[in-house]
Design a protein around this ligand. Sequence first.
Ligand code: SF4
Length: 363
Amino acid sequence: MNLRREDPERAKALLELIQELYKGPVRLMEVCGTHTVSIFRSGIRAMIPQGIDLISGPGCPVCVTPPEEIERAMQLARDPKVVLLTFGDLMRVPGKSGSFEDLKAEGADIRVILSPLDALKVAERESWRKVVFFAVGFETTAPAVAATIIEAKKRGIRNLFVLSAQRLIPPALRALLSGQRVGIDGFILPGHVSVIIGKRPYGFIPRDFGLPAVITGFEPLDILEGVAMLLRQRKEGEARVEIQYRRAVREEGNPKARALMDEVFRPKDARWRGIGVIPGSGLGLKGDYAEMDAEIAFGLGPPEPIPEPPGCICGEVLQGLKKPPECPLFGKACTPERPVGPCMVSSEGSCAAYYKYGGEGHA
Ligand code: SF4
């Protein structure tokens, strides 16, 4: 994909606007991994002023899931009575004792599903098995997981369990800003998550931290417009949350999808890879759905933290503290074919994007 071929006139106008609004070095965090990939594919970095540093954030759900939660799902998968269902990106993430793919090769029944609703079909078809859905994701997929749980209860399905490793984005952004380890001058906020949550949950960014934030779509021109909107806010000296991605995101988000989440889930404290425990940033099942909570059904205790793979700086990459080429293993011991950390596995991982599209320091 080439940005200039998409709509050359619009691209030219936006690049000129960015040039005009640019007043000096600025660090903008694109929260979502899909943004990172789009930025690389389109070559945006080479077209905007060099002083605009686009840094990747914690918006890859597979990457932020800590090793101990992956290990817990693997433990369940080792039980011959269990079928473990998960999304494809997780299969190759290296855990303490290999990946899901390795475990499957050893005989564990681990299957990739494309939608949470597929879990219902498996549970109904194989009613004699214990079917565990390892749910990893953000607000984008949580409503579909909630709808699956509600439907399973309605149909009286008793062999489907959910191991929830789901996360919420706004608490993570607050934690990043409160930690003050990384200098951020503005956020390119995630389009998909914002379709569900709308604009309000980000209000703390301008209010408490005085920073601009723009909910941005994923096309290269969306991202350019998002960058221009952030620079304009900085120039005007008034920080606010704006929506660039108006064709998909409404101010109020999707109240019906949020109602599904509220019906089934409760916020809980959760550990993020590299960031640590963030209060209220995870989703657990509410008491009404306790019989489907894999933690309760299988008597799992709280996960004990497991150290990162030696040498992997994925945790720092996810906070925008370092860029993938700063990792000593990048492109040497760690490649998409032989990944050491999850940031090199996931299609939304920063290391994979830098490797595939030739980020700084990696020709
Ligand atoms: Fe981890 Fe590999 Fe990325 Fe280094 S390059 S931070 S080892 S995933």
